[in-house]
Design a protein around this ligand. Structure first.
Ligand SMILES: Cc1cc2nc3c(=O)[nH]c(=O)nc-3n(C[C@H](O)[C@H](O)[C@H](O)COP(=O)(O)OP(=O)(O)OC[C@H]3O[C@@H](n4cnc5c(N)ncnc54)[C@H](O)[C@@H]3O)c2cc1C
Length: 436
């Protein structure tokens, strides 16, 4: 709590207590703003399976409570030294070393529910008001304020943050229309399990018996990633494959183990055995979403963060990290602009974030295409081409420091453009289709 900056008097309503919403809440609180979080779930449940945060987001968590939050996370994390790639038939391709865990900017990979619970509890310890069972039905704004309608009341603030995920309602106010997801042609089977059955099977024992491992099998239009977590005690796998099914986005559709096995028919017996030993899996359909032209409302009193603004392809391994960076940047912009100029802060937030997020989204598409459409003769000559891209511009970035550094220049550019610049047109990156 000693980390908190002087109070700014800015009232912030945050809708959704996922990683985007909680980070925005914690960072806004630490920068001196007054925060109310509204979450539709009536209680906190450890939902989901494996989730990954790069060092760019680990840096944010590592600062909280002077490292005490990271100390709680550490025993729950995946702590491997390399990612080993194989062809679908089990032929070894290459081993990619991972960034070593360090306290300043660690990678944070583990169970989504477990990590979420620790961050949620930290927000509560800070004294942030989080109201569960509050499903926001409407977003409102005028030049002076923004508000929400929820549980029969209207609540107003200086700014409303829509961190309400891929099916965002806040997006409707920002865009002025409902944007519909489209089928992407891909789906993912996902599973999280206790490692004991793998430990007792000679084919899979080596994956869990001495600490954490990370293994990828790549095949035509399919990739299968498996990781042991918590010193080999837990295990997770994801299998991305072609699928024309067109169901709505969700994390909770049950999948069938026999269907997952069909996708990897004829593959390395080790990959198949992992699936055979799995009690249950989830079937997650990936749907396309066109990139949003803007993340902020007309009056710049409402903004989108996280998946609501920019859903990510899982192969980018940056969706949750970029969601966290959003909250940090927004909190700093509000602090620097002050209560009298909240719309400037919101515009600056978008301008600072938009190009970087696009660039990170592109990486996910590149990786998927590189893996699914690999020319194996080329890969055998140069195995490095299938390694995950772990560029310094992405991983070694300190979004808080950067926001303080670019603030004046950003405000100058916004003022020159009359404050109504369209980030989709001004971004250095070409428009792209993003996926979730
Ligand atoms: C239940 C669940 C499980 C997930 N599991 C995984 C996983 O295993 N692996 C992985 O990589 N990613 C997972 N994700 C997605 C991942 O958390 C996000 O892609 C990423 O962290 C960005 O987070 P976000 O906060 O933008 O969105 P989300 O994590 O989706 O959070 C959005 C939040 O907003 C709340 N909300 C939505 N509408 C309203 C409303 N009208 N009023 C109030 N609250 C609202 C939702 O209940 C949710 O808590 C999961 C998401 C959810 C919701």
């Amino acid at each position: 709590m000693s980390q908190r900056a002087p109070e700014t008097g800015i009232k912030v309503i945050i809708v959704g207590a996922g990683f985007a919403g909680l980070t925005a809440a914690i960072e806004c609180h630490l920068k001196g703003h007054s925060v109310l979080v509204l979450e539709k779930f009536p209680e906190l449940k450890p939902l989901g399976d494996v989730i990954s945060f790069g060092p760019n987001a680990g840096r944010i968590m590592a600062r909280w409570a002077n490292g005490a939050v990271y100390d709680k996370l550490y025993p729950l994390l995946h702590r491997n030294k390399e990612l080993n790639f194989y062809m679908w038939n089990g032929e070894f391709i290459v081993s990619q070393p991972v960034y070593p865990l360090n306290r300043e900017a660690p990678s944070v990979n583990g169970h989504r529910g477990e990590i979420h619970e620790i961050i949620f509890n930290y927000a509560k310890e800070l004294g942030i008001e989080i109201r569960l069972g509050y499903r926001v039905l409407e977003y409102l704004e005028d030049k002076e304020r923004a508000g929400v309608q929820v549980n029969g009341e209207t609540i107003w603030a200086d700014v409303v943050v829509g961190s309400d995920g891929v099916r965002s309602k806040a997006r409707e106010l920002v865009l002025g229309y409902v944007d519909k997801p489209k089928s992407s042609g891909y789906a993912i089977y996902r599973a999280w399990l206790d490692s004991t059955p793998l430990l007792h099977d000679p084919l899979t024992k080596h994956l869990v018996e001495s600490g954490d491992t990370h293994t990828g099998w790549l095949g035509p239009d399919v990739h299968f990633l498996a990781a042991s977590v918590k010193d080999g005690k837990s295990f997770s796998w994801v299998c991305t494959h072609r699928d024309e099914g067109d169901i709505d986005e969700s994390w909770s559709f049950p999948g069938k183990i026999e269907d997952a096995l069909k996708v990897i028919d004829g593959w390395d017996p080790i990959a198949r055995r992992i699936v055979e030993l799995t009690p249950e899996c989830v079937d997650w359909k990936l749907v396309y979403r066109d990139p949003l032209p803007t993340w902020i409302s007309k009056e710049a009193r409402t903004c989108l963060v996280g998946d609501a603004a920019h859903p990510f392809l899982p192969t980018s391994i940056q969706g949750a990290s970029q969601a966290m960076e959003d909250g940090v940047v927004l909190a700093v912009c509000l602090q620097l602009a002050g209560k009298q100029d909240v719309p400037l802060a919101v515009r600056a937030y978008e301008k600072i974030r938009y190009g970087r997020v696009r660039k990170a989204q592109l990486l996910g598409e590149e990786t998927r295409d590189m893996w699914h459409k690999a020319d194996w003769n080329e890969v055998k000559k140069n195995p490095d081409i299938i390694k995950l891209k772990r560029d310094d511009w992405l991983f070694l970035f300190d979004c808080e420091k950067n926001t303080y550094e670019v603030w004046h220049e950003t405000v100058k550019e916004l003022n020159t453009a009359g404050g109504v610049e369209n980030p989709a047109q001004s971004s250095a990156q070409p428009p792209l289709v993003n996926v979730h």
